[in-house]
Design a protein around this ligand. Structure first.
Ligand code: HEC
Ligand code: HEC
Length: 309
């Protein structure tokens, strides 16, 4: 018998043997009435046999067939090429698949068709819209109340139920900013997109005290950090603030639009910007919250602003 055919028969027997070892005793051929399993095993057997015979056929064809047809004129070191027509069926399949691919991307699945994720997103968007509509015109106290409930769910895990920052793990929101945070910003600059416009705050090498005409000193940094963290009250550090910070943050520290944010108090815009961009600072990193609706952001803004009063 031909060696190739013999090899194919040996492969078939070996694979059937492995199939039997793998599934045979486990149930498929075990005699219970598990038709699905039996069909699957039968399918595997058929696949193995068909594959072996198809492979044998082509291996033998490679061994014995003589090519026929007209050779092209060019040849490369004696290796030539036949001038065969493109089989008609191939051309039809190629064109058909091209058309189908264009249809698939433009009109068919998945760009334009049903998907569970799409349906879920639509349902969420619909309910968000209802929610926005229902709570469009809330008075200040309802807004704060809603902010408080969202805070307990979304923010309390880090900021604490009392919003006091649980042992310094997140900012204490009862005052605008902590002393070490002010120092951190002066030493490192700030680039948290707090204004929402991407304008950064320079670090100490860019902070000139107009009163002394020199760069801000260590002692001045200590003083002004205390002054800002203390709510811009008292006299210590006030002159440094006036000479160095007021130009951008305003004489009262309440900020100037497009120039610098308020560092005296929270306001809803500031909170909204912190929520949409997150914040990295001396205390740690606060993640951005982009899954809140507009009304929820407004409510949190009202709540946090009120806390810090
Ligand atoms: C050139 C303008 C400019 C000057 C001068 C300036 N700041 Fe700022 N400051 C900014 C900007 C802009 C931001 C927002 C940076 C950001 O998005 O992170 C900022 C942010 C801050 C923040 C961080 C607020 C937060 O929530 O993290 C603090 C604190 C601060 N500045 C304090 C000061 C102090 C104190 C001085 C004076 C020593 C000062 N700044 C001088 C522009 C300025
Ligand atoms: C994963 C923990 C975490 C969660 C959740 C979180 N925060 Fe924060 N948040 C922080 C940390 C840490 C900081 C301080 C960043 C820094 O070092 O300045 C911060 C800072 C802030 C600040 C700025 C305080 C300041 O003075 O710079 C505000 C406002 C704030 N968070 C509000 C919220 C609100 C509102 C929520 C709920 C929607 C929330 N945070 C959820 C960790 C968190």
């Amino acid at each position: 018998m031909n060696k190739t055919v013999l090899a194919a028969i040996i492969v078939v027997i070996a694979m059937l043997g492995f199939t039997y070892l793998a599934v045979g005793s486990a149930g498929g051929m075990g005699g219970e009435h598990d038709w699905v399993n039996k069909l699957a095993v039968l399918g595997a057997v058929v696949l193995v046999i068909v594959t072996a015979f198809v492979v044998t056929k082509y291996v033998r064809q490679m061994q014995y067939d003589r090519a026929s047809g007209k050779l092209a004129d060019e040849n490369w070191d004696g290796i030539g090429e036949y001038k065969n027509e493109l089989p008609f069926g191939w051309a039809v399949i190629f064109l058909g698949l091209t058309i189908w691919a264009i249809w698939y991307f433009l009109a068919g699945y998945p760009v334009n068709a049903y998907s569970q994720i799409g349906e879920y997103n639509e349902a969420v968007a619909e309910h968000d819209a209802k929610f926005e509509e229902q709570y469009k015109n809330m008075d200040e106290s309802t807004l704060k109340e809603m902010g408080g409930s969202i805070f307990i769910v979304q923010c309390a895990p880090c900021h604490g139920l009392q919003a006091d920052g649980i042992d310094g793990k997140a900012a204490n929101l009862h005052h605008r900013i902590a002393e070490k945070s002010v120092k951190h910003v002066i030493m490192n600059g700030g680039n948290n997109n707090i204004l929402g416009t991407g304008v950064p705050m320079p670090d100490r090498n860019g902070l000139m005290n107009a009163n002394t005409g020199a760069l801000i000193t260590d002692a001045e940094i200590d003083a002004v950090a205390k002054y800002v963290a203390g709510g811009l009250k008292g006299t210590e550090g006030a002159d440094v603030f006036a000479g160095t910070c007021a130009a951008c943050h305003g004489p009262d520290g309440k900020g100037m639009e497009m120039v610098a944010p308020s560092i005296a108090v929270f306001n809803p815009t500031l909170v909204a910007n912190i929520l949409s961009h997150g914040k990295k600072g001396a205390i740690g990193t606060m993640p951005a919250f982009n899954n809140l609706t507009e009304v929820q952001v407004k409510a949190l803004g009202a709540y946090v602003t009120d806390l810090s009063k």
